[in-house]
Ligand binder design. Structure first.
Ligand code: HEC
Length: 168
């Protein structure tokens, strides 16, 4: 079997915070795709190995969020089906745009904000206590915030892997 294509994920942010996410500019209910400058390290440190315990300086993560669109069950391809459309999409560097939540199928709709985290040495001006610099960027590429952003820190300081939650 070919390795599975990168795929969209449902954000679980609302569950972790009992619904305060939208108010805080978090990522509740949206679909997202995650890009990492070093995917292996990200997956290892947030996975079972939990190594390394801290993110290396320079690790950059971009969470690309999308409006979720409900897909009638009959319309989308079977989960993980490699239809010609899907093969072409993945070949162009795209991702599997479907995700299932509570038995319902969704597809990525309109693009929403990018959520960025960059690891600097702890103590770097503009970084938080762990060394993370946060940023938000509109789909058009306008940077709307950057630095040690209080609303991001409020959730991410509770994330067990050096401020990272990891994929579900
Ligand atoms: C309401 C809580 C909450 C807030 C506020 C929040 N996040 Fe997150 N964030 C999460 C959760 C939970 C995840 C795990 C993925 C998911 O389920 O969405 C995550 C994942 C991420 C990731 C992927 C890396 C990882 O594994 O943790 C990045 C990058 C990120 N958030 C950036 C930000 C930025 C930048 C802000 C501030 C603008 C922010 N987040 C605010 C809860 C939050």
């Amino acid at each position: 079997m070919a390795p599975p294509a990168p795929k969209a994920h449902h954000s679980r942010a609302e569950r972790e915070t009992e619904g305060e996410a939208e108010r805080d500019g978090g990522h509740a209910r949206k679909l997202y795709v995650l890009y990492a400058s070093d995917a292996t390290t990200y997956l290892e440190m947030t996975g079972e190995a939990a190594e390394p315990a801290t993110a290396p300086v320079g690790l950059a993560l971009v969470k690309e969020s999308y409006q979720p669109e409900l897909v009638p069950e009959a319309d989308g391809p079977a989960p993980h089906a490699y239809t010609p459309e899907m093969i072409e999409l993945v070949a162009r560097g795209g991702f599997y745009p479907y995700a299932t939540h509570e038995g319902k199928r969704y597809r990525t709709g309109a693009r929403r904000d990018l959520f960025v985290m960059l690891k600097r040495a702890p103590g770097t001006p503009g970084a938080d206590a762990l060394g993370w610099v946060h940023g938000t960027v509109t789909p058009e590429g306008v940077v709307t915030a950057a630095g040690a952003i209080e609303s991001c820190i409020r959730c991410h300081r509770r994330a067990e892997h050096d401020g990272l939650f990891g994929l579900e």
